[in-house]
Ligand binder design. Structure first.
Ligand SMILES: Cc1cc2nc3c(=O)[nH]c(=O)nc-3n(C[C@H](O)[C@H](O)[C@H](O)COP(=O)(O)OP(=O)(O)OC[C@H]3O[C@@H](n4cnc5c(N)ncnc54)[C@H](O)[C@@H]3O)c2cc1C
Length: 414
């Protein structure tokens, strides 16, 4: 097998790897994108499709911490645990608990709000580059509260978002009905995020990003990177049928990035929050924007020709099979709003790449500036992919003083 020499190799062709490849190619870099699977077929395929610029509240926060024992003990809660994985997950869970205390939550929210503020402009720019503007819809996003007490319970989240200038508007039941007339009456009212955007088809966006990247010269290699070794001349990547030498490597392998970072000498507490989706064919759209019944922990997102119901968290390892109980939970949940839906046309399990502080890892390995991390975006990888690509592009081009901007996302923080 001959050795392939490239300027930049990107490991992983999910939305983060694809966006980064396009960004770097637009900067004139030579890029090789490596992934054993169809590009964009991982978590980036099946998500809820929201570009959620408002979502600065970390997953770990005081309200979740208070509810955690109840949530984890109830297999049908929106935040559940596969008990067989408890021992493996214990160190992550301990960190998650610490990150859910008030001061840590606030620090994590500040960090995320900084990234999220640039997320939509970055996507608009990238969508234009990828000829994908038609797949982005700016129609806001709606939270629903089934009980009035749920709306009251969200006061601290609203205050936090207000602190960062997020536009949000509390709605009464009548105003919710005006926005989404096909919903049954909701007694608790809603919360509207008018600036938020969504995708009409995440898989098609992945295709357009890939096509645009290839048009700009990005090469794609179908292989699994299993070894990563750095020396003074760059980084060598190996695997079955793979022998690549790159000046720089970007690790963007989503929930599978941990062992690659470990080979670079960095112990990063990356785990996965498993999530599910169901899709239902809808000859005419039943909603006009993503709608999230907050207590159920999923989004109902209108997509081309279908309604996608995506979300909930199941802590557990990647290898465990899909849990039919979690899919049944989504099915029951969506029928509270749309009882006449037919049978689901597709079922899906995906792996959010999650850090206990809800912040991604973006930036160089502390031990080697030629290895750059871009993973761990948790619930917000779609939202943050374009802005992450911009940061990685700036870092590689040494365009802006990045160290302060990237400090909250440094690999060395653990
Ligand atoms: C149910 C659900 C709903 C969600 N909803 C939203 C939402 O509405 N909005 C939002 O912003 N985010 C959402 N997310 C989160 C979002 O989907 C993820 O954060 C994002 O897709 C992660 O992208 P990624 O590129 O890091 O990972 P992935 O898309 O998983 O891509 C990683 C790629 O790396 C490849 N890979 C792995 N190991 C190797 C290796 N050793 N060598 C080479 N390649 C490798 C994989 O094959 C894969 O293609 C949701 C997630 C889930 C599960």
């Amino acid at each position: 097998m001959t050795e392939k020499n490239v300027e930049i190799a990107i490991i992983g062709a999910g939305v983060v790897g694809l966006a980064t490849a396009l960004r770097l190619a637009s900067d004139g870099r030579e890029v090789l994108l490596i992934d054993p699977n169809e590009p964009g077929s991982g978590a980036s395929f099946g998500n809820a499709g929201t570009l959620a610029e408002y979502a600065c509240m970390p997953v770990g926060n005081p309200a979740v911490l208070r509810a955690l024992p109840k949530l984890l003990l109830d297999a049908d809660s929106p935040f559940s645990l596969r008990w067989t994985a408890l021992l493996h997950l214990a160190p992550w869970l301990l960190r998650f608990v610490r990150q859910s205390l008030p001061a840590a939550t606030h620090a994590n929210a500040v960090a995320m709000a900084g990234l999220l503020a640039d997320s939509l402009p970055a996507w608009e720019e990238m969508a234009a580059e990828a000829n994908a503007g038609d797949l982005l819809r700016r129609n806001g996003c709606l939270y629903l509260y089934c009980r009035p007490s749920d709306l009251a319970g969200g006061a601290s989240s609203r205050a936090l978002r207000a602190e960062f200038g997020v536009h949000q508007k509390v709605l009464d039941a009548r105003e919710v009905a005006v926005l989404e007339p096909n919903l049954p009456p909701v007694t608790g009212g809603g919360l509207f995020f008018p600036d938020s955007m969504n995708l009409t088809d995440p898989a098609l966006l992945m295709r357009r990003l890939l096509d645009a990247a290839i048009q700009r010269g990005v090469a794609v290699e179908r292989a699994t990177v299993s070894s990563l070794k750095a020396d003074s001349a760059g980084v060598a990547l190996g695997g079955a049928g793979l022998n690549v030498r790159a000046k720089k490597v970007v690790i963007a392998a989503g929930a599978f990035s941990r062992p690659l970072a470990a080979q670079a000498g960095d112990r990063i507490p990356l785990e996965t929050e498993r999530g599910y989706h169901l899709e239902f064919a809808t000859p005419a759209p039943v909603l006009t924007r993503p709608v999230c019944p907050v207590d159920l922990g999923f989004y109902m997102t209108p997509m081309a020709g279908r309604l996608r119901v995506a979300g909930t968290v199941e802590l557990g390892r990647q290898a465990a099979p899909p849990n039919p109980r979690r899919l049944a939970l989504l099915d029951r949940g969506v029928r509270q709003f749309f009882p006449a839906l037919g049978q689901p046309s597709s079922k899906w399990l995906g792996f959010r790449p999650s850090l206990p502080d809800s912040r991604p890892v973006i930036g160089p390995s502390p031990g080697n500036p030629d290895i750059i991390y871009a993973f761990g975006h948790g619930h917000l990888g779609l939202t943050l992919a374009a802005v992450t690509a911009r940061l990685v592009g700036d870092l590689i081009a040494d365009r802006r003083p990045n160290s302060e901007r990237l400090a909250p996302f440094a690999a060395g923080r653990f």
